[in-house]
Design a protein around this ligand. Structure first.
Ligand code: RP5
Length: 160
């Protein structure tokens, strides 16, 4: 298991599945769990503090509203934690974004964009982190980017 995808609620899954889909596209193993900072704090402590021993290399943590999950996960492990701000109903995810990105100095969380794009990019960034130790994975990321570039260049007219 290389990546742990955790989220504050089952309701976050429609967003967080975009991280899983990205990892699938690169053939990276992952696990998915609901782990709430507020509703299951002991589970969060246990999950994050044991993650490295269980072979996890990167944690992707998504949460909405008062989104403490990524920061608290980062407090319990030295593995890289990538935070995904889930779009909340009341404040459209700006609350989640600020909760996740405004970490005090000394405990780092890499914060992605709000919603599906952020989740997909968390999967991509996790892939790139793993690729630092795996040249074949880096080649796959290069290929992904080249395909993206080719698609844009092959469709220059926005009206078609
Ligand atoms: C957060 O509260 C979760 O990450 C979720 O985004 C939000 C709402 O959770 P539910 O009330 O839908 O379970 O902890």
């Amino acid at each position: 298991m290389k990546v742990g995808i955790i989220m504050g609620s089952k309701s976050d899954w429609p967003t967080m599945e975009h991280a899983a889909n990205m990892l699938d596209s690169f053939g990276i193993e992952y696990e998915t769990r609901v782990v709430s900072a507020h509703r299951t704090p002991q589970l969060l402590a246990d999950y994050a503090s044991s993650a490295a021993q269980r072979g996890i290399k990167v944690i992707i943590a998504g949460a909405g509203g008062a989104a403490h999950l990524p920061g608290m996960a980062a407090a319990f492990t030295s593995l890289p934690v990538l935070g995904v701000p889930v779009q909340s109903k009341a404040l459209k995810g700006v609350d989640s974004l600020l909760s996740i990105c405004q970490m005090p100095k000394g405990v780092a969380v890499g914060t992605l964009a709000i919603g599906e794009a952020g989740a997909a990019n968390a999967g991509l960034l996790a892939t790139q982190i793993l690729a630092c130790q795996q040249p074949e994975l880096l080649a796959k990321v290069d290929e992904f980017r080249q395909k993206q570039t080719d698609t844009v260049l092959a469709n220059p007219d926005p009206a078609v």
